[in-house]
Design a protein around this ligand. Structure first.
Ligand code: HEC
Length: 157
């Protein structure tokens, strides 16, 4: 590939990456499907966060191996988030707690997703180290990245 072609590829990728969070849903049915997948993703996040939260609160014993497993899943799920949140459903009347701000302030939303990825990666590392005090702190940081995004982008329950 010559230099010009290479630069064009880089440019195309850059454009694709910056527009990754704005693709309107095509119909009400499409929007409903999107919401269903999106909520499924968050349910899986919650199912992995619950045992971690219980460990941090002292309701169940701190277990590094178990924490590492859940952190790895949260990390992977967080990487799926941009795909599942790309479709803007705000123009359709769907039952959702997702605020239109997600697509209006997509850079800020992207940062909130990346915060979860970063904190989940950190939790995996800390869990490997076996340091229980640091483990608790790293769990709390993951929990805060869930709550932080909800404060800004999710309707209150
Ligand atoms: C980058 C933003 C963001 C992050 C980070 C995030 N969430 Fe959410 N979450 C949302 C949004 C937006 C919704 C609303 C989705 C909808 O109703 O379509 C939601 C919905 C949920 C729901 C409700 C799902 C349902 O069935 O309606 C749960 C549970 C949840 N999140 C848990 C979590 C947990 C646990 C974490 C952290 C491990 C997390 N979320 C991280 C934005 C986020």
């Amino acid at each position: 590939m010559n230099l010009i072609n290479k630069s064009l590829v880089v440019l195309a990728l850059t454009v694709a990456a910056t527009h990754v969070l704005a693709e309107p849903a095509k119909s009400l049915k499409h929007a409903q499907q999107v919401v269903e997948f999106r909520e499924s993703l968050y349910k899986l996040l919650a199912s992995n966060m619950a045992p971690l939260g219980a460990m941090a609160k002292g309701q169940i014993p701190l277990d590094s191996a178990v924490a590492e497993k859940h952190a790895a899943r949260i990390y992977q799920l967080s990487l799926m988030m941009p795909d599942y949140l790309r479709t803007d459903t705000s123009m359709f009347k769907v039952k959702t707690e997702a605020l239109p701000k997600i697509w209006q302030e997509s850079d800020k939303f992207k940062q909130a997703m990346e915060r979860l990825t970063k904190n989940a990666a950190n939790l995996q590392q800390v869990a490997k180290s076996g340091d229980k005090t640091a483990l608790k702190k790293a769990i709390v940081a993951v929990g805060k990245s869930c709550g932080g995004c909800h404060d800004d982008f999710k309707e209150e329950d």
